[in-house]
Design a protein around this ligand. Structure first.
Ligand code: IPE
Ligand code: IPE
Ligand code: MG
Length: 228
């Protein structure tokens, strides 16, 4: 792999947990549990590979209308694993960032998430971004309203600072597991020039080697940004 061409920021749409579980005649929550473990391992792997930012699509604004028991299961995973893994990330000089409408989540989850990003190291080698109750459209509307509140016209650089992702680079590569060929409201503004990689592999089966395949695909592409 050519180091100079590595993606700086990788977005990851972690889809297929439910189908993975269904195929094993297990409850969907079991798929989410396996998915969570995979995400934690992939963060470490991505950092080792030299990726600087990994944004994991953990919960979309639309997912909030899933059945209560599935959501409770997902929130319990956060209650049980989030803080412990944040500590691990900090210990390895990694930062944590949350993007999404956190305040609309159960209060204890909102608190846990906010606490989790508070003490991130300033000069982190790697940043793990959790997109939770995240929606690209809601993010844009929120930024527009913030711009209006300021009472002056904005430009691209000014507007980008008002997005949840303010200060983060755009995703160079977006990977979606689980076979669907869509972005499902993920990084709608920021993905304008992202390279896209789709795989049928269901997220709990998305190994480090599968991740490397996506990086290799990215490295082989020519990004033109409209130029010749
Ligand atoms: C993605 O897996 C994880 C979340 C949306 C929380 P799904 O739960 O969408 O899994 P499938 O698509 O039903 O297999
Ligand atoms: C996208 O997956 C959201 C996450 C992976 C968190 P979905 O399963 O919600 O997407 P759709 O409904 O198939 O578009
Ligand atoms: Mg899905």
């Amino acid at each position: 792999m050519q180091k100079g061409k590595l993606p700086v920021h990788v977005g990851l749409i972690m889809d297929g947990n439910g189908r993975w579980a269904k195929r094993r005649l297990m409850p969907r929550s079991s798929g989410h549990k396996h998915g969570m473990n995979r995400m934690i391992a992939l963060a470490e792997h991505a950092k080792k590979r030299g990726i600087k930012y990994l944004t994991a699509y953990t919960l979309s604004t639309e997912n909030l209308s899933r059945p209560k028991d599935e959501l409770d299961g997902l929130f319990d995973l956060f209650r049980n694993y989030f803080t412990e893994n944040v500590k691990k990330l900090y210990a390895e000089n990694s930062a944590v960032r949350i993007i999404g409408d956190v305040d609309a989540l159960p209060e204890d989850i909102a608190r846990l998430l906010k606490e989790g990003e508070k003490n991130s190291p300033a000069n982190a080698e790697f940043t793990m971004v959790f997109a939770i109750n995240y929606g690209g459209r809601a993010e844009i509307i929120n930024a527009v309203n913030r711009a209006i509140e300021r009472g002056e016209k904005t430009d691209a650089a000014g507007f980008e600072k008002l997005l949840y992702t303010g200060g983060l680079p755009e995703p160079d590569l977006i990977i979606r597991t689980g076979g669907e060929l869509r972005l499902s409201n993920f990084l709608t503004y920021q993905s304008a020039y992202s390279e896209l990689y789709f795989t049928d592999v269901l997220f709990p089966d998305f190994t480090d080697e599968e991740f490397d395949k996506a990086i290799e695909s990215y490295c082989s592409r020519e990004r033109r940004f409209g130029k010749v």
